[in-house]
Design a protein around this ligand. Structure first.
Ligand code: EPU
Length: 430
């Protein structure tokens, strides 16, 4: 296993390009199973989660090629309906195979993904929606077994306790595009990643109305065809770069991101008085004097503040003078980064689903453990603002969702180096 050595050495400066979105690419790869014809995908990020999904598609029988970095062609002429535990357990997002298998084969047997460190990740809403589409759903031996031989369009209210579900919406969309009749999904997720999936499905011949709204109307078609599609930029990667620039008081132009993807996040960093220059396709973080202002944030489904930028914001607000309150409404336990930030000097108390952050702290480098993807990013950002060396362990979490993270950040002056675990200082080796 590798580790990161991070040094806090002043402002980041320069230009950085945002890559393709992981959370858009994963359901889009699964959607390739909906047609026998070839689908060409571009701007797919090179990440371990993408490789896991490709592995599953191959197992199911798809012919997959990767002619150049970022481009994949997938031809699913003859596929099977069983996704086994061995493959599914590696990545929770493999649950989004259910929709395309049900749509195309009228049958799916997908292992239930295991637990997740950020809290419970139920799939009851996915199953409720499939039931509404007249599918027979059974759970046995750790598998979800779906008989969709009599699938038909229906009205589904998909909202849950925390609002809409992203992967649930993706699954039901992919099942409904090939289901006879009209399906109306109410309280559908409106995330840009769902809009991108709808656009790709439309290119394949699907009929979807009200794309981007919480009420999607799908008219089933008999079959879909191949298409070419370019995946949208990753708004969470862009937000992470903005936070990295801000925490180092840097001057960084983040290129290739429409600002509309980051509305609530930009609103909050502007409320904190971070100076920004916002153009059509780029966001520039400008240097500032003094301290940013504290903010009060609640994570919510899009267009609310994204849970996937909560940890990075905790790191930034730790360096900000005053008291910030960050409330996590999507995954109330998603605070695993906080004890590690505390070890680096942050003053944070957790009260229920809220983190109360008293700043500014003086971060000092420490050995820390990454617990999940976004927590890893938060610890690295704290390391950029810390005095001394931070060793971040378990960085395989980061590799799931950030493409060439250390190369991109090094190119704007960050001191971050990937090293084999044996390079850890002796007293840190177990
Ligand atoms: N929920 C239910 N029942 C369900 C499904 C979801 O109660 O059947 C609840 C969840 O427990 C949660 C909320 O609904 O409280 C939202 O969950 P959602 O289904 O929207 O999450 P997801 O689709 O499993 C995606 C991203 C996550 C991101 C969330 C929220 C992918 C592959 N994953 O997960 O990304 O945090 O939406 O925006 O798209 C990450 O990239 O680090 C990551 C965790």
């Amino acid at each position: 296993m590798d580790v990161f050595r991070v040094e806090g050495k002043g402002p980041l400066e320069g230009e950085i390009q945002v890559g393709g979105s992981k959370n858009a690419a994963l359901p889009i790869l699964a959607a390739c199973l909906l047609t026998k014809e070839k689908v060409t995908l571009r701007n797919v990020p090179n990440l371990s989660d993408i490789r896991f999904m490709v592995e599953i598609l191959k197992y199911l029988g798809a012919q997959v090629e990767n002619p150049e970095t970022g481009t994949w062609t997938i031809t699913s002429s003859d596929i099977s309906h069983v996704a086994p535990y061995d493959l599914v357990r590696k990545m929770r997002a493999s649950v989004c195979l259910i929709g395309p298998l049900v749509g195309r084969l009228r049958r799916a047997e997908v292992s239930i993904p295991g637990g997740c460190v950020i809290g419970p990740r139920p799939i009851d809403l996915h199953l409720k929606g499939l039931g509404k589409l007249n599918c027979k759903v059974e759970i046995s031996n750790g598998y979800i077994d779906i008989d969709a031989s009599e699938i038909r369009g229906s009205h589904i209210f998909l909202g849950g306790r925390s609002g809409s579900t992203v992967t649930g919406t993706a699954n039901l969309l992919m099942a409904a595009v090939l289901a006879p009749g009209i399906t109306r999904i109410e309280s559908a997720a409106c995330e840009p990643e769902i809009v991108d999936l709808c656009k790709m499905l439309t290119r394949m011949g699907a009929h979807i109305e009200n794309i981007g709204s919480p009420e999607l109307i799908i008219t089933g078609v008999d079959q879909l065809h191949g298409c070419e599609h370019s995946v949208i930029p990753d708004r969470i990667e862009a937000g992470t770069f903005i936070a990295a620039a801000a925490i180092t008081r840097g001057h960084v132009k983040i290129k290739g991101i429409p600002h509309t993807f980051l509305g609530a996040f930009l609103d909050k960093v502007q409320e904190a008085e971070l100076p920004l220059e916002i153009a059509e396709d780029s966001i520039t973080v400008l240097p500032y004097k003094g301290s940013l202002k504290p903010v009060d944030i609640i994570t919510l489904p899009y267009p609310g503040f994204p849970t996937d930028l909560q940890a990075q914001m905790c790191a930034l607000m730790s360096k900000t003078e005053g008291i910030s309150i960050i409330t996590e409404r999507i995954y109330p336990n998603r605070f695993m980064h906080i004890p590690e930030l505390q070890r680096m000097g942050a003053d944070i108390a957790i009260e229920g689903a809220s983190a109360i952050i008293k700043g500014p702290c003086n971060f000092s480098g420490a050995p820390v453990m990454a617990s999940d993807l976004r927590a890893s990013a938060a610890l690295i950002l704290a390391g950029f603002a810390a005095k001394g060396t931070t060793w971040v362990q378990r960085i395989y979490h980061l590799d799931r969702g950030y493409e060439s993270f250390e190369q991109k950040l090094s190119s704007i002056g960050a001191h971050i180096e990937r090293l084999p675990e044996k390079e850890l200082p002796k007293d840190l080796i177990e």
